[in-house]
Design a protein around this ligand. Structure first.
Ligand code: WTA
Length: 655
């Protein structure tokens, strides 16, 4: 858990009403309107979702059943219907003046910039879709994207959706090893990548990691690699397997009708870390995901036609999928994509983008806000950010200090701060203020969106009382929910739907987060209750990092825990026992950190490695992480330690 403590939450008494000007024109412009909407959905959820789906999406074939929940936890939404996400994001905006409206503004790190109207983007996506077809990719074939933040990443995602080939986007910061695992698990047929990308003023190669992942026939299903030229670094191309995007795509026709997809056809797979085993391939399907990305974007940003929306996430994460690409484009909005990040040579990089493109909706992570706080308000104060209307945050709990700073320094007390709670698994936002309706409190995600049957419960699924901690859960399916774990439906059931069974025998969706609710019904998300560590809002499983460590020949055993970090939310501490005869020192520590970096990616590198002769275990051999967490945080080990097998281990670990 990061900075949000129960004490800070209970002391938090500040409330900020929505600005009157914003409430006046809003879709949901008061708490009464919010409650009325909630009541309408509760009275007949199927009728509500059915109406939304019909009104908000284009259908080739209408659906006949809104929800089939006869075989929980496997939900089927909008059965009988067919639609296409790329059609909803592009084609339907081409009639009338919106065709010439800017769909995508892209800002490259070295200062280059590109702009696509809806018509331009449609043309590019059609060409890319035809290129995929030319490579033999068709409906149902899984395509991996391993890309920097360039427009071609969004174009490739939409091209896949257009022809019904599900995509599996792998964050470009993951290592070749991590990429290989995901290519194998998915049975991926083609990879779209780039020669490299720009990061912190430097060109960083990407294609060699793809070569490495595919080396020695490790991924036999991968037949084709399509390479975008971005950095113009010298790039080895394998004859017969690798093709340049600019050669293949540009030569294609711009005529490519969108493939009608059944509502429950697989749309994409996106890997995320859980508490056990390897990362899970979260599966989302066509219509439900589309509706949820569309509707939540409309609700939480109360989108207006002249808005410019900028979400600072990477397209390699769900936030990038739902709120850089699909949510904004499905709504016909203008979305900004930025390749860079604030860096010593350009500390005001974000504010420059806001000023230059007159961004009105800004969506970023608490980690970024805390980093800005640290470098002081002098930086943002140099920029004109009067275009801003709404400020969003996502990814980890936001501490009230960072929330206040965001509101005051970036929003000049004018813009509501929208703290949005959700997950890769939920497809889109679940708990969030509505900017024209919900009074906000610093550090609270406030209330569930209409139709979301969220609750805070105990092990038996009973709602807990006011200000009592419990598990964040959802009682009813929603359109954007994940449908399964790729290749492992049993794991889907076990990970999410078996922890909490209600008194009526029905399973609840278990999110893996702890939360509490105050007297106003406001939700305060406290952090993960499982062994997932959230580093700068990136989810990492302790077990993944432990497996990476023990794959090093010097390591006998490893246990990894998170510890509170003032900037990153959580940092990673690894307790390592070495093979007999070896002793740990700084050199080996650095070597192990590097090793984890190459097994998973730089974000997974432990902040600290502590060598020890033994780890605290129960008599049955289970590592007692609770104790390690306390030790990592420098706290006293409290609670019951009677099950500890060897108490002298504790003293040794204390150092
Ligand atoms: C955490 C990112 C507190 C939480 C969209 C969740 C949050 C995990 C918030 C999902 C928030 C996300 N307040 N915690 N507003 N938003 N989280 O799958 O622990 O990368 O379970 O999805 O991030 O991370 P994921």
């Amino acid at each position: 858990m990061s900075q949000v403590t129960i004490e800070s939450v209970l002391q938090e008494g500040r409330v900020f009403e929505p600005p009157a000007e914003l409430a006046a024109g809003a879709r949901i412009g008061s708490m009464d309107a919010y409650r009325e909407l909630v009541a309408r959905v509760e009275a007949d959820p199927d009728a509500f979702w059915g109406q939304q789906a019909r009104e908000q999406l284009h259908w080739f074939e209408p659906f006949h059943t809104v929800l089939d929940w006869s075989n929980p936890p496997f939900a089927r939404w909008f059965e009988g219907g067919s639609t296409n996400l790329a059609y909803n994001c592009l084609d339907r905006h081409l009639q009338g003046p919106r065709a010439e409206k800017t769909a995508l503004i892209w800002e490259g790190e070295p200062g280059d910039s590109r702009r696509f109207s809806y018509r331009d983007l449609h043309t590019q996506v059609c060409k890319a879709a035809n290129a995929l077809k030319a490579l033999g990719i068709g409906k149902g074939d899984l395509v991996a994207l391993y890309m920097p933040m360039v427009p071609e990443a969004a174009i490739a995602m939409l091209a896949c959706a257009r022809i019904g080939a599900p995509h599996s986007v792998v964050f470009g910061g993951f290592s070749a090893e991590a990429l290989r695992d995901r290519l194998i698990d998915g049975g991926v047929k083609a990879v779209i990548t780039a020669d490299g990308g720009f990061r912190k003023d430097k060109a960083v190669a990407l294609k060699p990691a793809v070569d490495q992942a595919l080396a020695d026939g490790a991924c036999p299903t991968v037949e084709q690699v399509l390479v975008v030229r971005r950095t113009e670094q010298p790039t080895a191309m394998l004859e017969g397997r690798d093709r340049w995007w600019h050669e293949l795509v540009e030569a294609q026709s711009a005529d490519c009708p969108a493939e009608p997809m059944a509502s429950e056809d697989r749309l994409f797979v996106l890997y995320t870390s859980g508490s056990t085993g390897k990362p899970k391939g979260v599966v989302h399907t066509t219509a439900g995901y589309n509706l949820w990305a569309h509707l939540t974007f409309q609700w939480i940003f109360d989108i207006r036609d002249d808005d410019v929306h900028w979400c600072t996430a990477d397209v390699g994460w769900i936030t990038g999928h739902s709120y850089i690409v699909y949510g904004p484009l499905s709504n016909g909005a203008t979305t900004v994509m930025y390749e860079g990040a604030p860096r010593p040579s350009k500390p005001g990089a974000f504010w420059e983008v806001i000023e230059k493109h007159k961004v009105s909706l800004f969506y970023t992570a608490p980690t970024a806000i805390r980093a800005f706080m640290k470098s002081g308000r002098e930086v943002p104060d140099q920029y004109d950010m009067s275009s801003l209307r709404i400020l969003g945050t996502v990814g980890e709990p936001i501490n009230p200090e960072a929330w206040m700073w965001y509101r005051q320094v970036i929003g000049h007390d004018r813009c509501p701060v929208i703290d949005t709670w959700w997950q890769t698994e939920t497809g889109g936002v679940m708990i969030s203020p509505l900017p024209g309706a919900t009074p906000t409190k610093p550090g609270s995600a406030t209330l569930p969106l209409p139709g979301i049957a969220a609750d805070i419960v105990d092990n038996e699924g009973r709602s807990v009382g006011i200000d009592e901690g419990g598990y964040l859960a959802v009682r009813r399916p929603w359109p954007g929910m994940m449908r399964t774990v790729h290749g492992d439906p049993e794991r889907f059931r076990k990970s999410y739907w078996e922890h909490i069974i209600g008194a009526d025998g029905r399973p609840l969706y278990f999110a893996g987060d702890g939360a509490r609710r105050d007297a106003d019904g406001y939700y305060w998300v406290m952090g993960r209750v499982d062994d997932v560590i959230s580093v700068s809002g990136h989810r990492l499983g302790s077990m993944e990092i432990e497996s990476a460590l023990v794959s090093h020949p010097a390591v006998a055993e490893a246990a990894v825990v998170g510890r509170p970090d003032p900037l990153k939310g959580e940092g990673i501490v690894a307790f390592v026992t070495l093979q007999a005869g070896l002793s740990g020192d700084d050199t080996l520590g650095s070597e192990l950190r590097r090793h984890v970096g190459s097994e998973i990616g730089p974000i997974a590198r432990p902040d600290e490695i502590r060598f020890s002769d033994a780890l605290p275990k129960t008599r049955s051999g289970k590592i007692m992480r609770r104790i390690l967490r306390a030790l990592a945080a420098g706290e006293e080990v409290s609670g019951d330690t009677s099950t500890l097998e060897d108490r002298s281990v504790l003293d040794a670990l204390r150092g």
